[in-house]
Design a protein around this ligand. Structure first.
Ligand SMILES: NC(=O)c1ccc[n+]([C@@H]2O[C@H](COP(=O)([O-])OP(=O)(O)OC[C@H]3O[C@@H](n4cnc5c(N)ncnc54)[C@H](OP(=O)(O)O)[C@@H]3O)[C@@H](O)[C@H]2O)c1
Length: 284
């Protein structure tokens, strides 16, 4: 990497951020495509998000990604929201343009594309989403856009699941939307289960978002965590005969969309994923 006074700054805010593969993925792609950009990760406490954003403007950042737990809070400080980010109600990518902060969401597209690439059709399926945070919001919107007929949400904080369902009902009609509790989660047999919580993420890799979940053979189970590459939840799903998909494809999909927003360059998906898995050097 050749850093000069002209090198453009982009990055990530989250809390924590040490698990993130985004700096490695982005910086490798910038090198490969000769983009004079550098991507840095910043661990920002929730109360400091506004101050961090002001600092990014002063320092001339071109943009930044937003991860757990700031995807909703960051919206308070933005000047404009892309339509899709407004519908989702969460932002994972911000562009800084003429001193203004413009919010986008590339998570939902990254998620759905990762299923489409495997030939998975979502129309008329039944889906269960674990979690009701920023990533869940984006994924739920995209599942509904793709024609899921029943969508269930299970979340540690029940009120947040109910709030998300009410939000979704404003944009999508004719769909069965409901929340599940620990007690009745086993009564629904979905075609697709998606873990959007950080439970099971490094370093707490033995934890599961739902203990003793009744996986059935043939279910599609996605854990959007990518560190570790196979969570305990995903391992159980695979052992039960489910199609188990980790969060790597989604990471790449949302990253290449962010690069397009910041630089205008369309990065090839296959090239990006090959950089990520090349020699396992990223993941181990
Ligand atoms: N693969 C990818 O490209 C990709 C993209 C986006 C996110 N992610 C991953 O997805 C995860 C969530 O990110 P996010 O931005 O959506 O975070 P977020 O907005 O903070 O939401 C976190 C969600 O997880 C739940 N949760 C958190 N800790 C929990 C615990 N100990 N037990 C049970 N539930 C818990 C929260 O429930 P409460 O409402 O009860 O707090 C909330 O529903 C992170 O691991 C992130 O790295 C991956």
């Amino acid at each position: 990497m050749n850093i000069s006074p002209n090198t453009k700054l982009v990055g990530l805010i989250g809390h924590p951020v040490e698990h993130s593969l985004s700096p490695k993925l982005h910086n490798s792609l910038y090198k490969k495509y000769n983009l004079d950009y550098v991507y840095l990760a910043f661990d920002i406490a929730p109360d400091d998000v506004g101050k961090a954003l002001e600092a990014f403007k002063v320092l001339g950042f071109k943009g930044f990604n937003v991860t757990i737990p700031h995807k909703e809070r960051v919206m308070w400080f933005l000047d404009w929201l892309d339509t899709e980010a407004a519908i989702i109600g969460a932002v994972n990518t911000v562009k800084v343009e003429n001193g203004k902060l413009i919010g986008y969401n590339t998570d939902g597209m990254g998620f759905v594309d990762s299923l489409k690439r495997r030939g998975i059709a979502l129309k008329d399926t039944v889906a269960l989403v674990l979690g009701a945070g920023g990533a869940a919001r984006a994924i739920c919107v995209y599942l509904l856009k793709e024609g899921v007929k029943e969508l269930y949400i299970y979340n540690r904080t029940r009120e947040r699941a109910i709030e998300l369902i009410k939000h979704l009902e404003r944009f999508f009609s004719g769909v069965c939307l409901n929340y599940l509790t620990k007690e009745n989660i086993k009564e629904v047999q979905p075609d697709l289960v998606v873990n959007t919580t950080p439970v099971g993420m490094w370093p707490h890799t033995q934890l599961m978002p739902v203990e003793d979940y009744a996986f059935l053979p043939g279910m599609i189970v996605v854990d959007i965590i990518y560190n570790p590459i196979e969570t305990a939840f995903l391992r159980k799903a695979r052992q039960a005969g489910c199609m188990a998909i980790n969060g790597l494809d989604m990471l790449v999909g949302q990253a290449i969309k962010a690069i397009e927003i910041w630089t205008g360059l369309k990065v090839d998906y296959d090239e990006a994923i090959s950089i990520l898995i090349e020699g396992d050097k990223f993941l181990l």
